[in-house]
Design a protein around this ligand. Structure first.
Ligand SMILES: [Zn+2]
Length: 447
């Protein structure tokens, strides 16, 4: 993933103090460096770590809650009671599951659009060893379906977010950062948008916001304001190179021009859109956004609405779903999808100086991927990017290095006891289910 997109055959990466100091032919690097530890990768693929730019990390314990359910019902009856019911410790436990699943499938950096307990998110990230950005999800328009403790005015909403950035930006030796996060256009005032942009710029951090997720959101924006959800954020002044708009299935020709002009990142979450029936694939103009030069990133959204956190599978959907929607096999494709999941994700999180590629001077976030599975045959390494995205999955990731630290080796998590975590997650999940009186949707009788 360097500027020329070189694929180095028989290559090696040298890492010193967490930083990449050389990338090149193994025969050359072996002569130049005496390694303390060598991670063998013969016949394997070494890639930059994948960046998941939109994931509600605490939702891991709600997997199965909203299967095949319509939007207002799933939000009101399931997502809200779950989110509002979690305390900080439960948030931490839930996020551990998200981060373990991410690392096991090659994600080394996440961006959480925010929960009520960013402390739990940040602590879980540090425990698992993953890199990422946390935030406090915010809004200041009264939502009658929201629990009463989450009715904020503009000053309260801003204060929570500022506090989150002050508390967590730079945590865990810089592996955790913080950002601002607006829930969606209909739930934030112009004044909150203005103040969030001002604060984010002053503090040097990003902003993310859900935008143009559904047909109904687009229609109600046209009815309320007379223009699209993207245009509303444009007029509210939050667009810029440090802003990421998420989902974005319903955008106009004029919106595409505005997004390009303001260098905004657009996060595509195809697995969530397909599972949740958002319409992002059937109505989304992602091929047009790519053609216009808009930076597209990828996200899993949440365990409950994606059902998997494997970014290789998400890359497959981003690469292929629009071929079908446009009836054109030449749109997007595997190589662009890998750029979205690495360089673009890093740039969107304002982290591109440090991550997103295997280049000298960057931090060592890298994956070793097995290519000996039958799905890689008969020619695993001639077109490795296409083989990874089209034929394989994140389960082929064998070892993961984040910030120079080995976090998974030979599929074994090194900083956490995965078996012990699974036991705890099952127990906590049962407790939460009982407390909020909901559970997995059973379709067939269990006898
Ligand atoms: Zn979301």
């Amino acid at each position: 993933m360097n500027a020329r997109r070189d694929i180095v055959r028989d290559g090696a990466v040298a890492v010193l103090d967490g930083q990449i100091v050389a990338v090149g032919k193994a025969s050359d690097l072996e002569q130049r460096f005496q390694a303390k530890k060598t991670l063998g990768a013969l016949d394997k693929l070494v890639l930059p770590g994948l960046v998941d730019c939109h994931n509600h990390a605490p939702h891991f314990l709600s997997k199965g809650f909203i299967d095949d359910m319509r939007y207002p019902q799933r939000w009101r009856d399931r997502v809200w009671p779950f989110e509002a019911g979690l305390d900080e410790e439960e948030t931490r436990v839930a996020c551990m599951g998200t981060f373990i699943e991410m690392v096991k499938h090659g994600t080394t950096c996440f961006w959480d659009p925010g929960s009520m307990h960013p402390a739990g998110v940040a602590k879980a990230a540090a425990q698992v060893g993953i890199r990422g950005t946390v935030s406090h999800l915010t809004w200041d328009v009264h939502d009658p379906s929201a629990p009463t403790q989450y009715h904020w005015n503009t000053a309260e909403a801003l204060a929570e977010s500022v506090q989150t950035v002050q508390d967590w930006h730079g945590y865990n030796q810089g592996r955790v950062r913080a950002s601002f996060s607006l829930v969606r256009g209909s739930h934030v005032t112009d004044e909150l948008c203005r103040q969030v942009k001002e604060q984010a710029d002053a503090m040097g951090v990003g902003i993310q916001a859900h935008c143009a997720t559904s047909r109904s959101e687009f229609d109600s924006a046209m009815e309320t304001w007379g223009y699209s959800p993207v245009e509303r954020f444009h007029r509210a002044g939050i667009l810029g190179p440090s802003t990421q708009l998420v989902h974005m299935g319903f955008v106009t020709e004029a919106d595409i021009e505005v997004l390009k002009r303001f260098d905004v990142s657009v996060c595509h979450c195809p697995s969530a859109s397909m599972f949740g029936g958002f319409g992002g694939v059937s109505h989304g103009r992602f091929p047009e956004l790519v053609a216009a030069g808009v930076r597209i990133t990828l996200g899993t959204d949440a365990a409950a609405v994606s059902r998997f956190l494997d970014m290789v599978r998400v890359m497959y959907l981003a690469a292929c779903a629009h071929k079908d929607a446009k009836a054109d096999p030449t749109v997007i494709g595997a190589h662009r999808a890998l750029e979205m999941a690495t360089l673009n994700g890093a740039r969107s999180q304002l982290w591109d100086r440090d991550i997103g590629s295997l280049e000298v001077g960057k931090r060592a976030d890298l994956l070793v991927v097995d290519t000996d599975g039958i799905e890689w045959q008969p020619d695993p390494l001639t077109t490795p990017v296409a083989n990874l995205v089209y034929s394989s999955s994140g389960s082929a990731v064998r070892s993961v290095v984040i910030d120079g630290r080995l976090v998974m080796e030979d599929r074994r998590m090194l900083l956490v006891d995965e078996k012990e975590y699974v036991r705890e997650a099952r127990e906590r999940s049962r407790e939460i289910l009982q407390r909020i009186h909901c559970g997995p949707r059973l379709v067939w009788p269990t006898v």
